[in-house]
Design a protein. Sequence first.
Length: 332
Amino acid sequence: MIEYKDEIGNYDYSDETESEIIDQSEEVTFTCEEAASRLDGWLTFFMEGYSRAYVKKLIVEGKVSVNGTTAQKAGMSVRKGDIVKVLKEEPKPPEAVPQKIDINVIYEDQDIIVVDKERGMVVHPAPGNRDKTLVNALLYKYENRLSDINGVLRPGIVHRIDKDTSGILVVARNNQAHQKLAALFKTHEIKREYQGICKGVLPVDKGVIKTNIGRHPGDRKKMAVVKSGGKEAVTHFCVTERFDKYTSFEALLETGRTHQIRVHMAYIGHPIAGDEIYGGKDEFGIEPGQILHAKTLGFKHPGTDRYVEFHSELPDYFEKVRNIIMERQYGR
C-alpha cells in the first residue's frame, strides 16, 4: 500500500459542517485561516445568503471591524489570524418554502430520516439555488417535524453531499438527534463509503491520501490541498476496476471536508471523471458533474445508541458511464 501524505502536523479540527453556519445573532465573528484576501469577497463567501453588495454596504456603514478596528475599505486585505466582526441587519435570508418534490426516503423513524439523494439536487437553499432543493422537499413532506438547530434554510441538515454527488445522507428530525449526530461527525465516528470513477489508471490497488485541505487561494469556490492552515483530511481508496484511461474505485472517508474526495483525487493526478471544477472534465452524454456516489452511511443511532448502516445501489448513470468507457476502450 502506498500512502500519499503531505504532513503538516497533528490537528484536532471539527468538520466543515459547523464552521460554515452563520450564527443568527446580531453580531457575527469570523477568524481568517488563510493567506491575504480581499475583505468583501472573503466575507461574502462565509456570509452565505448575503450578496456582495450587501456586505459592501455593511463595510461602508462601519459595521465591520478587523482586529477591533472599523474596516475602512471593502478592498482591504484580511490575513491569516485576523478576527473579523460583523454587525448584521436586515434583510435576513429568506425562509425555505415547502415544495412537492419526489425524494427517495429509504428509512425514517422519530429521530432520523435517511435519504438517497439523486444526482443534480442541491441539499439546501443558497445563492443561485433558492428552491427545488432537498430541504424544500423535506419541508413539504415533514412540515415542522425537523430539527431547527441550523436555522430556517437548513432544517434537519446535519451534513451535506455535493449537488452532483448522488447517494445517502441522514437528516435529523429533532434537536437532540441533531446534536448527537453532529457530535459523531465532529469526532469522525461516521462510516462513509463512496464509489467513484477517476481519470487515468491508478498505479496501486489501495492507498491513503492524507493532507490539509483549505480554501483555494485563487478561487473562493474551490477547495485545495494547502501547505499551511486548512484542516486535516484523510481519504482511504481501493481500486475496484481498471480501464485503459479510467479507474473505478471505492473511497472511505476518515474525515469529511468540503469536496474532500474530489480534491484528493485531483491532488494525486486522478481527478474524478466529469468533474469540471477539479480537472476531470469529460463528456458522457449526461449532465456535467463528477461521477461519484455516496453508497454507505453507518453511525450510532441517536435514539437507540445501536449501530445502523444504510446502503445505496449504484444509480443508472454509473452504468451508462461505464458502458461509454468500455465503448471507447474497445470501439464497440
